[in-house]
Ligand binder design. Structure first.
Ligand code: SF4
Ligand code: MSK
Length: 654
C-alpha cells in the first residue's frame, strides 16, 4: 500500500509519478529485495576467506537439543565475538565518515586563516575565541589571524595525535572525564582509534566482546567529542554560528520558472560558495539569458541543514526524497558532495533532464558529471557548476514538470549557544531557566531524537509518532539530520506546535520563551551540539553532576547508516539511554544483547535499547526520564497541583 511507504503527501505524489514514469526508486527496490535475516541480526562474518561464516540465533530451544550449543565460525570465533566485531566496525566506519568530513573542514579552516583560499573568511570571532580557550590557546593581544592559525593547527593535529587525550574531552563534565580515564576509553587521536578498532576486528585479534566494546566506545567518543565536534565548531567560526531563522521545507520549494539546483550531501564547504555565487549578478543574468527567472537553490539531507541554518536556504527533502526530487522533472542539477547519496541518482536522472554533478574526489559516481571542488579556486568552481545547471535549464522545455504543492515554514538554527541566550537573555545567558523548569516539573526531561530515514519503515512516521508522544508528555526535543526535516515537514518546528501538541507544562515554557517544543540543532555532525547542551545543563547545577544523571534520553527511530551507530555509541558512552528503531545489528547474540541493553549502564551510565514501535520507544524514554527524576528527588515536583481560585478558596475555608 502506498500509504505504508510514507506519511508525507509530496513523497506519495512523487512515488505515483515515478511509477507512471516507470522509474525504480529505493521504495521499489526495498520491496524486491528483502534484507538477509542473518546479516540483519549481525550473525555473519566475512573477515577472512575461510568464511563467510554464519552463526544465526537458533529459532527454537528444541533446535539446540535442549542444551545451549556454542555457535562458532570456522576459526572458532563465537557468535558474540562475530556480532561485536561487526558492530564496532560500523562504529569505525561512522566515525571515519564524520571525521574525514572534519579533517576537510580543518584543512580549509587553516588555509582560510592563512589567507590562502579565496571566498572564505573567519565570520564568527566570538566563537573563535571560545574555541581557542577550550584548546588552551593564548588570546592576549594576538591577532585573529594568529589565533585562527593556531586553532586550525591544533584541530588538524587531533587526527594524527598518538598520545594523551583529545582536547575537547575536557569539555565534558569532570565526573564523565574521570570515568573515561578509569575505563581507559578517553580518546587519543581520531585516526588512531579507528585504526586500532580495524586492527582489533581483523581475523584472530581481539576475541573478547566486552573488550571490543570498550574500544568501540573509545572510537565513538573520538567521533562525538572529536571529529563531529571539530566539524561543528570550525564550520561555525567559518560560516557563522546559527541563530533562529525562518526556513521552508518539502518538494514544493522547487520552482517551475527558475533554475533549480539541489545541494545534497554533508559538507557545507562548496554549498556556502554556491549560495554566494547564486547571487552574483553575472550568474543571475546568465540564468535570465536562458529563459529562467532566476536561480533557486535548495538542499537535501545534511548539506541542506547546514545552509538552511545559516542562510535560510529552503530544503527539498530528507534522505528518502532524494530520487523523488529528480522525479519532479524540475531539477536542473543535483550537486552532491559526500555521504547518503544513493547511486541510483544517476539512473533516475537518465529518465529526466537532470544533471547529477559529483564534486568530491572521494565520492564519484558512474553516469554523473564530475566537476571537482578545489578550495583554491572555490568561487570559480561554484560558478562553473551553476553555469552547467543553467545550461541544462532549456532541456526542461517540453518535458512534464510536476512539483508537489507541499512546503512548510519552520524555525531552525538552535545552536547550544543560542539556546543559552534565548533562555537567559543577553545579560545573563544561561541554561538556568531550563534547569529550573525541569526541577519544577513543567519540563519532564530532554530527548535528542535524530537520525535517518529507512525504507524498511514508513518514511518519517516513526520520527513523528515518537516526537509527538514525547512532547505530549512534556519532554522537550532536540533534533538534527533527517529527523529534524521530518519534523519541519509536519509543521512541528513552529512555536504554534507548542499549544497544539505539547503537555501543559512544556507548552507554557515554550510560549513564554517563544520557541518551538522541538529545537532544530543542525546536521548529523551537530549532534555534538547536543553533547554540549547536555554538559551545559549539568554545569548549571541542580540536576546531578554527570550527563548520566540527567532526566534525558536519545533516539534514532528510523536509523540506517553506520554513522548513526557511531552517534548512538558516543551518546551511550557519554551516559545517555539511547533507543534505536527499525532493526538492530546485534540481536543474533544473546550475550551482546545483554551487554548493550543491560550491563553497559553499570559501566558507562548509559545503555542501548531496541524498540521498533515508536510509541513504545517513546514510553521507554519517558520511563527512563522518570527514573532519573526519581533518583534526583524530583518525582515529587511532577506531582505538584496547580491551584485555581476555587481550590484556593476551599483551602482558605479549612
Ligand atoms: Fe569465519 Fe573466523 Fe574467518 Fe570470520 S574470521 S570468516 S568467523 S573463519
Ligand atoms: S543525512 S546520515 S540519512 S540523518 Fe545526515 Fe539523514 Fe542519516 Fe544521512
Amino acid at each position: 500500500m502506498a500509504e505504508e511507504k510514507s506519511v508525507d503527501k509530496a513523497t506519495l505524489e512523487m512515488l505515483a509519478k515515478a511509477k507512471a514514469d516507470k522509474v525504480s526508486t529505493v521504495f521499489d527496490r526495498a520491496e524486491e529485495m528483502k534484507p538477509c535475516p542473518i546479516g540483519a541480526e549481525g550473525s555473519c562474518c566475512k573477515n577472512c576467506s575461510m568464511g563467510p561464516c554464519r552463526v544465526p540465533a537458533p529459532k527454537k530451544k528444541a533446535e539446540t537439543g535442549g542444551e545451549k550449543a556454542k555457535r562458532r565460525g570456522v576459526c572458532g570465533a563465537t557468535a558474540e565475538t562475530i556480532s561485536a566485531r561487526n558492530f564496532v566496525r560500523m562504529i569505525a566506519a561512522g566515525t571515519s565518515a564524520h571525521s574525514d568530513h572534519a579533517r576537510g573542514v580543518a584543512e580549509l579552516f587553516l588555509a582560510t586563516a592563512r589567507g590562502e583560499v579565496p571566498g572564505y573568511a573567519i565570520k564568527d570571532e566570538q566563537k573563535l575565541y571560545q574555541v581557542a580557550l577550550d584548546l588552551g590557546i593564548e588570546i592576549g593581544d594576538r591577532s585573529v589571524k594568529e589565533i585562527a592559525i593556531e586553532v586550525g593547527e591544533k584541530c588538524l593535529a587531533e587526527f594524527g595525535r598518538q598520545h594523551g587525550e583529545l582536547h575537547f574531552v575536557k569539555r565534558a563534565p569532570l565526573k564523565r572525564q574521570e570515568l573515561w580515564r578509569k575505563l581507559g576509553i578517553a580518546p587519543r587521536g581520531i585516526d588512531r582509534e579507528v585504526v586500532e578498532l580495524m586492527h582489533r576486528t581483523h581475523m584472530g585479534v581481539d576475541q573478547d566482546y566486552h573488550n571490543l566494546l570498550l574500544q568501540g566506545s573509545r572510537c565513538a567518543l573520538a567521533d562525538g567529542w572529536g571529529g563531529s565536534m571539530i566539524s561543528t565548531e570550525l564550520q561555525d567560526i567559518l560560516f557563522g554560528n546559527p541563530v533562529p531563522i525562518l526556513g521552508k521545507i518539502n518538494l514544493g520549494v522547487l520552482k517551475e520558472d527558475q533554475v533549480n539546483v539541489v545541494m545534497h550531501g554533508h559538507e557545507p564547504l562548496l554549498p556556502e560558495l554556491l549560495v554566494v555565487a547564486s547571487q552574483d549578478p553575472e550568474i543571475q543574468a546568465y540564468a535570465k539569458s536562458k529563459g529562467a527567472k532566476g536561480i533557486n537553490l535548495a538542499g537535501m539531507c545534511c548539506s541542506a541543514n547546514e545552509v538552511l541554518m545559516r542562510h535560510g536556504i529552503p530544503v527539498a527533502g530528507n534522505f528518502l526524497q532524494q530520487e523523488l526530487a529528480i522525479v519532479t522533472g524540475a531539477v536542473d542539477a543535483m550537486v552532491v558532495d559526500v555521504q547518503c547519496e544513493m547511486q541510483s541518482l544517476a539512473d533516475v536522472a537518465k529518465c529526466y533532464h537532470t544533471k547529477v554533478v559529483t564534486t568530491n574526489p572521494r565520492a564519484k559516481m558512474q553516469g554523473a558529471t564530475h566537476i571537482e571542488f578545489d578550495e583554491h579556486h572555490g568561487p570559480e568552481v561554484a560558478k562553473k557548476i551553476l553555469r552547467a545547471a543553467i545550461d541544462n535549464f532549456p532541456n526542461r522545455k517540453g518535458k512534464v514538470v510536476q512539483i508537489p504543492a507541499e512546503s512548510q515554514e519552520m524555525i531552525v538554527g538552535f545552536s547550544h549557544e543560542t539556546i543559552n541566550y534565548l533562555l537567559g537573555g543577553l545579560f545573563r545567558s544561561s541554561y538556568r531557566p531550563l534547569n529550573d523548569n525541569i526541577i519544577n516539573g513543567r519540563i519532564r526531561g530532554v530527548a535528542g531524537v535524530v537520525g535517518c530515514n529507512n525504507c524498511r519503515t514508513t518514511h518519517d512516521s516513526a520520527h513523528l509518532t515518537m516526537i509527538k508522544e514525547l512532547i505530549k508528555n512534556d519532554v522537550i526535543v532536540l533534533t538534527t539530520g533527517c529527523s529534524a526535516m521530518a519534523c519541519g515537514k509536519a509543521g512541528l518546528l513552529t512555536p504554534e506546535a507548542a499549544s497544539r501538541y505539547c503537555g501543559a507544562g512544556l507548552a507554557e515554557v515554550c510560549e513564554a520563551v517563544g520557541i518551538p517544543p522541538i529545537l532544530h540543532m543542525g546536521a548529523c555532525v551537530d549532534n555534538s551540539r547536543i553533547l554540549m547542551a547536555a554538559t551545559a545543563v549539568v554545569k548549571d547545577g541542580g540536576l546531578g553532576d554527570d550527563i548520566s544523571d540527567l532526566p534525558a534520553a536519545g533516539a534514532a527511530p528510523e536509523w540506517m547508516s553506520e554513522k548513526a551507530i557511531a552517534i548512538g555509541q558516543y551518546f551511550v558512552a557519554s551516559g545517555v539511554f539511547t533507543v534505536f528503531g527499525t532493526t538492530f545489528p546485534i540481536t543474533g547474540s544473546e550475550e551482546m544483547c545483554k551487554l548493550l541493553f543491560e550491563e553497559m549502564e553499570e559501566v558507562v551510565g548509559g545503555k542501548w535499547a531496541f524498540e521498533p514501535d515508536p510509541e513504545k520507544a517513546a514510553q521507554l524514554m519517558i520511563a527512563h526520564i522518570d527514573k532519573k527524576r526519581k533518583a534526583l528527588g524530583l518525582d515529587k515536583a511532577r506531582e505538584r497541583v496547580l491551584y485555581d481560585m476555587a481550590m484556593r478558596r476551599e483551602l482558605d475555608a479549612v
